[in-house]
Design a protein around this ligand. Structure first.
Ligand SMILES: N[C@H](CCC[C@H](N)C(=O)O)C(=O)O
Length: 270
């Protein structure tokens, strides 16, 4: 399945235990010799929700959550297109999902991602700092671009840079430098965002444990929250990524709502 090209293998593990070793995940995620995916997702039973979603990155590391995958899991759990709200738990917190429309291989889902983490401890950072304007020196770069990003947690850590022209950013070179920067003890997902107008953002992402992906749902949420914190947009915007757009709202109750598509590529047995 995929959400705007951010692709996953989604395993329904509610009947049988599924605990793959990191090197098995890395082998499966290899796009040349394996199946190929950005994240591996397992759907498990949940004590007090409709399901628990477990996430591993392509590098085999387990992580807290994944926004695009939440839409895919919601669609899978609710593919008869009945209009109900699902509670899907993750290591990064509980979410509420509504599948707005579904047919045999596509759908649209809206996820209440809960509240963003804005304190340095939420991200987490290795030292106390104003998360709205991080003082971050990146490798040999010392241009204003690489200073004062915004840190936001959506259950997983994000570092958002605002740039004048995203076409000039070497996402791989810069993103890979920041991913394991000592300021982020749990590493970090890195977004580069250009404000097109008060309702529209263009964003590219270097994901922790996966590299450049076509889209990042939690990254789009973090980008909108960061832009609103900086007064660059209002509390709602369309975030355009390489794989397509997501509509993000930071609601008055402090919850972040992400709405976007779901696509099934194939089904099988792992
Ligand atoms: N693509 C995912 C984010 C995965 C983040 C993962 N790379 C991490 O280490 O947190 C999304 O749509 O939210």
């Amino acid at each position: 399945m995929n959400g705007l090209g951010n692709d996953f293998i989604v395993v329904d593990a509610r009947e049988t235990a599924f605990q793959p070793a990191p090197d098995q995940i890395r082998a499966w995620s290899n796009r040349v010799s394996g199946i190929g995916f950005d994240q591996l997702i397992a759907i498990e039973d949940s004590r007090d929700g409709d399901a628990f979603m477990r996430v591993w990155n392509a590098d085999g590391g387990g992580v807290e959550t994944c926004g695009n995958a939440l839409r895919c899991v919601a669609w899978y759990l609710n593919r008869d297109a009945s209009d109900k709200t699902l509670k899907i738990d993750t290591l990064g917190g509980a979410t509420k999902a509504r599948v707005l429309r579904a047919d045999a291989t596509t759908g649209t889902a809206s996820i209440d991602m809960g509240k963003p983490g804005l304190d340095w401890r939420d991200i987490p950072l290795s030292e106390e700092m104003n998360t709205a304007k991080l003082e971050l020196k990146v490798g040999p770069y010392d241009a204003p671009l690489y200073h004062t990003p915004v840190a936001v947690s959506m259950g997983n850590p994000h570092c958002v840079f605002f740039v004048d022209d995203i076409a000039t950013v070497d996402v791989k070179a810069t993103g890979s430098l920041i991913e394991h920067h000592p300021l982020f003890p749990e590493s970090v997902n890195v977004e580069f965002a250009q404000i097109l107008d008060k309702d529209t953002i263009r964003m590219r992402v270097w994901e922790r444990g996966a590299g450049i992906t076509q889209a990042c749902g939690t990254g789009a949420c973090a980008t909108l929250v960061a832009a609103a914190r900086r007064g660059l947009t209002g509390r709602a915007a369309t975030v355009h990524m390489d794989g397509g757009p997501l509509h993000i709202v930071w609601a008055e109750n402090d919850h972040v709502i992400m709405t976007g598509p779901v696509e099934v590529e194939f089904e099988g047995t792992l």
